[in-house]
Design a protein around this ligand. Structure first.
Ligand code: AMP
Length: 397
């Protein structure tokens, strides 16, 4: 069912509780090293401010203990957020209780208040009703723009909607539109590219994708478990022997459903796991002992590119090799180029989950993709087809 968004409610003169995902990385001096998650909430916040709302932002950082470690305080976000919004951001040293209540009560239309880390209270992750009620009491209405936590039922996203109407912010709406709608109504040919380190992390995604796609490209470290399950020699390549049966089952499921599976035909192998390893390219059935595959070969990239030509929908999760080392980033770059080309030619492309966004960034082709998801675990679970409590709790249209 379609969910209400910001555009469906009147926010003028209202206090609006906005759940955002500002769980951003910091360096040792507590400087923010990647502010993408903050930047992508600006349309929601600016819309609310422009439309006469008082904005109360709530988020979490890290996994604080009862001790409320200072490094997890949201006060380290205030300066940068003020710069991004080009206005003062007020800050409350707690997210509930007298200080938060007073700061929220004093907040005027056009002003922004950032609350202290929600996870300084263990009740947040427990989805405690009393805690959710206290959060909700700060505002008249709520907006959820924290797609990155929508796979969890926490007080701020699944609890608050029980007390005040909660609608999707623009970022959440975009994630739902791209990922949710694509999974339900994809244009064909639909190609999924699944890479990354481990099969065990991606079983759910692969299985769900086989139900929906025409072609599935399997690459990266996980491909070697499939190769080994088929009896191919894999040398010292990454492998999960306890997943051989599962790999065979997934291949069988694909065959039964008429889904084409594209696995590597050649591999870049290395004599050690290092940027300066000796390397060579070999056919997939000729990986010698003592060597490990760390990237797909040129012929494989050609196969992947062929499989992506003419696609109308592409979902990509996980790199094709150890992209962190330049020597093993070529396979991932080739896929990024093929996805960018398909997008130029009219495909809807979605990249997200795990390390995919970092891998894409390294290729320099991020701008070419239709939608780069802000979620890590959330994107994976959405692609697995699991119910998302943070989305389910939003008001229906
Ligand atoms: P994920 O978070 O599941 O998307 O996995 C990303 C990680 O998989 C990256 O750190 C890659 O270096 C790693 N990876 C990809 N291909 C291989 C490979 N052939 N051998 C070892 N690690 C790999």
């Amino acid at each position: 069912m379609a969910k209400k968004t910001l555009k469906d409610i009147d926010v003028k003169g209202k206090k609006v509780f906005v759940r955002v995902d500002y769980n951003v990385p910091f360096d040792e001096n507590l400087n923010i090293t990647n502010d993408t998650r903050m930047v992508r909430t600006l349309p929601t916040i600016n819309y609310l401010l422009d439309n006469g709302a008082a904005v109360i932002l709530a988020c979490h950082i890290g996994r604080p203990t009862e001790a409320r470690e200072d490094k997890f305080s949201t006060k380290h976000l205030v300066k940068h957020l003020s710069e991004l919004l080009k206005k003062d951001v007020k800050w409350a040293a707690d997210c509930v209780g007298p200080e938060a209540e007073k700061a929220a009560a004093d907040l005027k239309p056009g002003e922004v208040l950032l609350l202290e880390n929600l996870r300084y209270h263990k009740e947040e992750k427990k989805n405690d009703p009393e805690f959710a009620k206290q959060l909700a009491s700060l505002a008249d209405v709520a907006v959820d723009d924290a797609f990155g936590v929508s796979h969890r039922a926490h007080a701020s996203n699944a609890g608050v909607p029980k007390y005040i109407e909660t609608v999707a912010g623009f970022l959440m709406e975009k994630e739902i539109n791209y990922i949710g709608n694509t999974l339900e109504n994809a244009q064909h040919p639909f190609v999924a590219i699944i890479g990354g380190a481990k099969v065990s992390d991606k079983i759910g995604v692969i299985s769900n994708m086989i139900d929906k796609v025409d072609t599935i490209i399997i690459g990266g470290g996980m491909a070697h478990t499939f190769d080994a399950a088929k009896g191919l020699p894999i040398g010292d390549s990454l492998c999960e022997p306890d997943k051989y049966d599962l790999a065979r089952e997934l291949l069988k499921k694909a065959e039964d459903k008429g889904v084409k599976v594209v696995l590597p035909v050649d591999l870049v192998i290395a004599d050690k796991f290092a940027a300066d390893a000796n390397t060579k390219t070999v056919p997939v059935d000729q990986v010698p002992d003592g060597w490990q595959a760390l990237d797909s070969g040129v012929k494989t990239s050609e196969e992947y590119t062929k499989a992506l030509a003419g696609a109308k929908t592409v979902i990509w999760n996980g790199p094709m090799g150890v992209f962190e080392f330049d020597a093993f980033a070529k396979g991932t770059l080739a896929v990024a180029k093929a996805v960018a080309k398909a997008t130029d030619e009219g495909a809807v492309s979605i990249v997200g989950g795990g390390d995919s966004v970092a891998a894409l960034k390294k290729t320099g082709l991020t701008e070419k993709i239709s939608h780069v998801s802000t979620g890590g675990g959330a994107t994976l679970e959405y692609l697995e087809g699991k119910e998302m409590p943070g989305i389910a709790a939003l008001a229906d249209k």
